[in-house]
Design a protein around this ligand. Structure first.
Ligand code: SAM
Length: 276
């Protein structure tokens, strides 16, 4: 299938619309990538012009439903077990464990969890320390497809490409005869999985407030302006002094305001500034 034409003005309106609704920002350098993705989807649903497809997305009664389908083709769901593991260990050692010891039941949110390896790795560590029942874990993503995969508990080899915690791997993952790995089912069921868009304030408010949020390796897909808006929302979802983890390549130092950076056991975490 040939790509449909994406003229500069149509690129501009379509990329702005996607940024507004999904957060993902496409610069002119990414034009070909966006053109390929849009063309495949638009042609699949019967459009011969990307301008017509834009009008459908924006103004048709079924436009929102179509945007959900398009979003599934735009998001990058790359993740794996024990990714950026020192930060998760630090979160448990320095925050979750002491919170539980003080009798509090912390609420932890894995925002943009993709296929679930991040919250499941956290759940493994907590279960291993007999803390899982003392913590609530909520895991969300904009994509229903990845959430369904997460809840199946079945993962391919790429999900276990890096094993810094072999005892957890042995304890919670079983190799199937078909080459897949199965997570202990009760681990999946202890996590509350929900579809949520980081761009939609009302959806996030429904989750209530959290002691810690992991929002890792998703801000890299957003413009500075979108990151600021998402940080505002995450800050509103955190208690005072609550903890935010972002990906190792996602420094927040240039976004002054809601968070201050702290180093704990070799990992960098952000703490919400009181009443910000
Ligand atoms: C690269 S994965 C990161 C997964 C995991 N947090 C990690 O660090 O391994 C990025 C995820 O962000 C999700 N995502 C992108 N835009 C989003 C949005 N506006 N709201 C919620 N999730 C979003 C994608 O669906 C994808 O699953």
């Amino acid at each position: 299938m040939n790509s449909l034409e994406l003229s500069p003005p149509v690129f501009s309106i379509l990329s702005s619309y996607i940024e507004e609704k999904v957060g993902i920002t496409y610069s002119h350098r990414d034009k070909e990538l966006l053109q390929d993705k849009l063309s495949s989807r638009a042609q699949e649903v019967g459009f011969a012009s990307l301008l017509d497809y834009y009008y459908f997305l924006r103004y048709d009664l079924n436009g929102e439903k179509e945007l959900t389908e398009l979003t599934e083709t735009l998001v990058v769901n790359e993740t794996y077990f024990f990714r950026e593991w020192p930060a998760i260990q630090s979160l448990v050692d320095n925050f979750i464990e002491p919170w539980c010891a003080s009798g509090r039941r912390p609420r932890i949110w894995s925002a943009a969890c993709a296929t679930g390896e991040e919250p499941l790795s956290l759940a493994m560590l907590l279960d291993d320390r007999n803390l899982l029942d003392k913590v609530e874990i909520v895991a969300t993503d904009i994509s229903s497809r990845v959430l369904a995969k997460a809840q199946s508990g079945k993962f391919g080899k790429r999900a276990v490409r890096n094993i810094p915690a072999p005892h957890l791997f042995e304890k919670y993952l079983t190799a199937n005869s078909d080459g897949h790995f199965q997570v202990k089912p009760d681990l999946c069921s202890k996590i509350k999985w929900e579809k949520k868009n980081l761009m939609t304030e009302i959806e996030l408010m429904q989750l209530g407030s959290f002691d810690a949020i992991l929002c890792r390796n998703v801000l890299i897909y957003f413009s500075d302006q979108v990151v600021r808006a998402v940080l505002d929302r995450l800050s509103r979802s955190l208690i005072n002094d609550g903890i935010l983890l972002v990906g190792v390549s996602e420094s927040l130092l240039r976004y002054s305001g809601h968070f201050v950076g702290e180093e704990h056991g070799g990992a960098f975490i952000y703490r919400k500034v009181r009443n910000s």
